[in-house]
Design a protein around this ligand. Structure first.
Ligand code: AHG
Ligand code: MN
Ligand code: MN
Length: 339
């Protein structure tokens, strides 16, 4: 059958091989990056093994404390956090680790001693879905340390870089299968975890987000506290003129974004009365997801400007997020622009 490559004859490329191929072709992906990404892959394979057995591994439920975000900490949040710290904390090129679960950054190595990179991560995204067996994920973002800034509080200052400075970003979604998507600025590449060999195997390269999509993803319980423009957009989607929209909301950013990346549409988490600056965190949720969206031809904004140009003023700063297909984000912004 000409033209169609039967699955069985497709080459089997692991994440490690793919990263080496990337670094051979693109100077940006140095050997360091492959060492870092392989550390992330190791951590997410361990997290996946717990997620798959959560009910019997006794990692369901709350720890009984709140984190820096003021949110109840789930056992799996802590386990995922410790796993990433243990997998990345001993990689000699890691300078600083920033986690959603830890108020302060973890200093691993001074830039002058070789700690060249900062890894920022949400160890477990979608915690409210853990106990009900709904897709959850891990999100990561990689920045370079400013080796000239060695002052006393340089660690936090080093982390407060806009998203355009990311050298790599990605997520792993623990769903019906476990899928990793990553970018080093040369397109978005997707891998599926092959459990029998414990390796992420290439599923698709240079993933492109559809330019349009009649699916919106938002928690409509907060509708009354959205801005007028957002409320008008949501009302418009239900009109005959709109031509039939669907609504999908999983409540895990990674899963809602993964669907948007593959099928098109738009995800919105606007400012609300409960979270007047938005709920999602800029450094380790919005920025990495925005990097992937832009690399796939999508758009990511905070309803006024480009997410990746925002200068963070603190580690856990939150932001409103509007992300998805180019044409759909533009349509939402038309309503927002009329406010
Ligand atoms: P996390 O579990 O890391 O705190 O993230 C949860 C976030 C995000 O995954 C999701 O899009 C959003 O919270 C859902 O918030 P609501 O429950 O307010 O809709
Ligand atoms: Mn999250
Ligand atoms: Mn989280």
């Amino acid at each position: 059958m000409s033209g169609v490559t039967p699955i069985m004859s497709r080459p089997i490329v692991t994440l490690t091989q793919h990263i080496h191929e990337q670094q051979r072709r693109f100077p940006v992906a140095t050997g360091d990056l492959s060492w870092l990404l392989s550390g992330v892959a190791l951590a997410t394979r361990i997290i996946e093994s717990y997620v798959r057995r959560a009910g019997i591994a006794e990692v369901l439920g709350e720890v009984g404390t709140d984190n820096v975000q003021g949110e109840r900490v789930q056992k799996l949040d802590l386990l995922a956090n410790e796993t990433i710290l243990r997998c990345l904390g001993y990689r000699e090129i890691v300078g600083i680790l920033v986690s959603e679960e830890d108020e302060e950054p973890t200093l691993v190595m001074q830039p002058s001693d070789g700690g060249k990179y900062i890894v920022l991560f949400d160890p477990l995204d979608g915690s409210s879905n853990i106990d009900v067996n709904v897709s959850i994920g891990t999100i990561f973002s990689i920045l370079r340390c400013d080796e000239n800034d060695q002052g006393p509080d340089s660690a936090v200052r080093n982390c407060l870089q806009p998203g355009v400075r990311q050298v790599a970003a990605g997520y792993v979604v623990y769903g019906s299968s476990t899928v990793m998507a990553y970018t080093t600025g040369e397109g978005v590449h997707m891998f599926t975890l092959e459990p029998s060999i414990g390796a992420f195997v290439l599923q698709s390269e240079n993933v492109r987000m559809p330019e349009s999509g009649k699916t919106y993803s938002v928690n409509e319980a907060y509708r009354d506290s959205f801005s007028r423009g957002v409320q008008d957009y949501l009302a418009w989607t239900k009109t005959k003129e709109a031509g039939g929209y669907g609504s999908r909301y999983i409540g895990s950013l990674v899963a809602d974004f993964h669907r948007t990346l593959l099928k098109g549409g738009v995800f919105l988490y606007p400012a609300t009365a409960k979270n007047p600056s938005g709920k999602l965190r800029l450094l380790y949720e919005a920025n990495p997801i925005a990097f992937l969206a832009e690399q796939a031809g999508g758009v990511a904004t905070d309803f006024s400007g480009r997410i990746m140009e925002k200068k963070p003023d603190s580690l856990h700063v939150r932001t409103p997020l509007l992300i998805g297909s180019k044409n759909e984000v533009e349509r939402v912004m038309e309503f927002v622009g009329r406010e």
